[in-house]
Design a protein around this ligand. Structure first.
Ligand SMILES: *Cc1c(COP(=O)(O)O)cnc(C)c1O
Length: 402
């Protein structure tokens, strides 16, 4: 059989993945595992999903040739503009799909976890659209730090539950969402926001985000006469925008994959979210993957200027791509990301999300031939990050003097 970097039937990517769940969730997760492919591959699902992506999310998102950035880096750089989606990022591609799955499985109630609030907003949005009750768990510290997104979720009709355990961040919110799910396994659908969690979630999320690489294929063929790039570049928190960006190219070794994880103050500094660099094999939120942990297996707190990348784990698909050397992974520090955000803003007039800025910064670590076609996914827009950018002008180098 040809080697594949996609999930095997048991949800393993090499040695990573699987479903390590409490007994009480077994039948719930098992029925999801049995039903997701027949539902997602049905014509009825595909047509409803595609019509929402087109008319509600605003797809296809443009593939934009960034002329000034291309000249600067000596390559043909194309930006995949997920920042132009409804609600401002790629996350809506996934929540639209999962709510359709939940409805078809007869679920009556939606729960989700959120860190910065982006996935919470994307989930609250589709719950408003589909008239489903929605509870979003968010760490108490994040509720405080991400006030605008909390208000957006509430306006959309979701109940935001602040989680006071642990450090009050994403990992604690996820634990609480799993606890809720254990109490209501029959009627509740848990919409997970990234390619993490027990099988089949990483595969569900990767498939729903794969619209990104499907469009890249068509758009590249149209614009360059060749349907594959030399490089794909994306940032990784849990890994969903990267999974979507690489999905249709993952087994095509002509295409090099570059992932940018959040270095925080430095991958070796102890203040980092660079899980692939600083993590080791462990089990987190139902999956065997790379995890930042103490020698005795306590999960460590992740640290990054970017709330969306601030997670001590990584999707099993990406752990495997890194272990097999299918992907090159750079840890991008906070200052490099802020500088890259200013650079894209001044060079192309696009203010990227802090998360996406990590992918831009990776360009500076690579070297290109002038004919190289590079596709970089701008996972979200930077409106939510303007205050952070302005507060850290000192990190922006020549661009910060204004
Ligand atoms: C949440 C988020 C990310 C990180 O999540 P992935 O699952 O790794 O894609 C990246 N960019 C933006 C804009 C986000 O909101």
């Amino acid at each position: 059989m040809k080697k594949s970097y996609l999930a095997d039937p048991n949800g393993f990517y090499g040695e990573f993945g699987g479903a390590y769940i409490p007994e009480i969730l077994y039948s719930t997760v098992d029925s999801l595992r049995e039903q997701y492919l027949p539902i997602m591959e049905s014509e009825e699902f595909k047509s409803e999903y595609m019509s929402l992506l087109n008319d509600y999310v605003g797809r296809p998102s443009p593939l934009y040739r960034a002329a000034r950035m291309s000249a600067k880096y000596g390559c043909e750089l194309y930006l995949k503009r997920e920042d132009l989606n409804h609600t401002g990022a790629h996350k809506i591609n996934n929540t639209v799909g999962q709510i359709l799955l939940a409805k078809r499985m007869g679920k009556k109630r939606i729960i989700a976890e959120t860190g910065a609030g982006q996935h919470g907003v994307a989930t609250a949005t589709v719950c408003a659209l589909m008239d489903m009750p929605c509870v979003v768990y968010q760490g108490a510290l994040d509720v405080e730090r991400q006030h605008t997104n909390v208000e957006r979720m509430r306006m959309l009709g979701a109940e935001v539950r602040a989680v006071h355990t642990g450090n009050g961040t994403l990992k604690d919110a996820t634990n609480e969402a799993i606890r809720d799910w254990c109490c209501h396994p029959q009627d509740t659908f848990y919409i997970i926001g990234s390619t993490v969690g027990p099988h089949p979630y990483p595969d569900i999320v990767a498939r729903l985000q794969s619209i990104i690489s499907k469009e890249i294929k068509e758009q590249l063929a149209q614009k360059t006469g060749r349907d594959y790039p030399d490089y794909l570049v994306a940032c990784v928190g849990g890994g969903s925008n990267a999974a979507g960006t690489v999905y249709h190219y993952i087994d095509d070794e002509r295409v090099k994959i570059v992932l940018a994880e959040a270095g925080g103050l430095g991958a070796d500094s102890g203040h980092t979210a660079a899980t692939i660099h600083a993590g080791s094999v462990g089990i987190l939120h139902g999956s065997r993957t790379l995890v930042m942990q103490t020698p005795d297996g306590q999960i460590m707190e992740a640290e990054s200027i970017s709330a969306g990348l601030d997670y001590p784990g990584i999707g099993p698909m990406h752990a495997n791509m890194a272990a097999q050397k299918r992907a090159t992974v750079y840890a991008i520090n906070d200052d490099e990301a802020v500088r890259a955000a200013y650079e894209l803003t001044r060079t192309e007039g696009i203010i990227p999300a802090l998360e996406s800025a990590h992918a831009i910064a990776a360009l500076g670590k690579m070297s290109f031939k002038p004919t190289d076609v590079v596709v970089l996914t701008v996972s979200g827009r930077g409106d939510k990050d303007v205050e952070t950018y302005l507060a850290h002008k000192e990190m922006a180098g020549e661009y910060g003097r204004f």
